[in-house]
Design a binder for this molecule. Structure first.
Ligand SMILES: C=C(O[C@@H]1C=C(C(=O)O)C=C[C@H]1O)C(=O)O
Length: 266
């Protein structure tokens, strides 16, 4: 394209971009004006903890993934929405994120920043115990503990106690190959009010058999294991009182739950 024509075409495209940017900014500010009303409606629940609602967020991320098309990478779209949603959650009730960096520190930092952005303060800790302590002594903070297939310590047993923090979400919310923050992470929180058990129930199992056929029959998976102690995911509709006997295990206690991480329809 010749010089002047190119200048004109570029000018037009840039005006388009400026117009779109202005509307996106207006819409974000309009979204921001909803916060005060959200705080008023949630009332008591935000005063006891964070405004983070994993089921709602997981469903928003699924809808986003299903609606998405075209050449814009979904990784970028998801990242933008994670910042929007985390910012709104933080504006409703300030909270911090505590991450266990004793394993792959870079990966867990990437996960924390991808899912919660830079507005939410991030503290790093050495090991799951320190993260659980930080969450337990906070008001609505979230803990991030990476899930590794084999664990040196059965750290999840700390969550068995009635008043201990519980696992409430799994990151990434919607799994897919090559996710930019693919490191599997459990989100731990205290005083989580409200939505009941999410679709994947998490159990601390003691005396877990090596043979995994009983677990497979129930549609469960071992997220992490240390000797015969397991952190086990099972569908929510299995009666918790039956889990230990159906697995032939010594005990099975609920230590939280998380929304399904598969896209709808899959
Ligand atoms: C707005 C809410 O609070 C938080 C912020 C959300 C958002 O900004 O979209 C979504 C879920 C919550 O974690 C809500 O509960 O709907």
């Amino acid at each position: 394209m010749a010089g002047l024509d190119q200048e004109a075409a570029l000018g037009e495209l840039r005006r388009d971009i400026d117009r779109i940017d202005a509307s996106m900014h207006q819409l974000l500010m309009e979204r921001g004006r909803i916060i005060d009303r959200l705080i008023a409606v949630k009332g008591g629940t935000t005063s006891t903890g964070s405004a983070f609602r994993p089921e709602r967020e997981a469903s928003m991320m699924r809808i986003l993934a299903e609606r998405h098309g075209g050449g814009l990478p979904f990784d970028a779209v998801e990242g933008i929405w994670r910042i929007i949603i985390s910012t709104f959650t933080h504006l409703q009730a300030p909270f911090a994120v505590h991450a266990d960096v004793s394993g792959d520190a870079t990966a867990i930092r990437d996960s924390a920043r991808f899912h919660f952005g830079f507005l939410v303060p991030l503290s790093t800790h050495h090991g799951p115990d320190a993260v659980i302590d930080a969450v337990a002594s906070s008001r609505g903070d979230l803990g991030l503990v990476p899930i590794s297939g084999v664990s040196v310590k059965p750290w999840w047993q700390r969550l068995e106690e009635e008043n201990a923090p519980k696992a409430i979400a799994h990151l990434p919310f919607v799994d897919r190959p090559n996710h930019p923050a693919a490191h599997p992470v459990l989100v731990i929180a205290t005083s989580f009010s409200g939505e009941g058990l999410s679709s994947v129930a998490l159990y601390s199992v003691r005396g877990l058999a090596n043979d995994s056929s009983a677990l497979a029959e129930l549609g469960g998976t071992v997220l992490s294991r240390q000797a015969d102690n397991g952190l086990v995911a099972l569908p929510r509709d299995i009666a918790p009182s039956e889990v230990a006997s159906r697995l032939g295990a010594a005990s099975a206690r609920i230590i939280g739950s998380h929304p399904a991480t598969t896209p709808a329809g899959s």
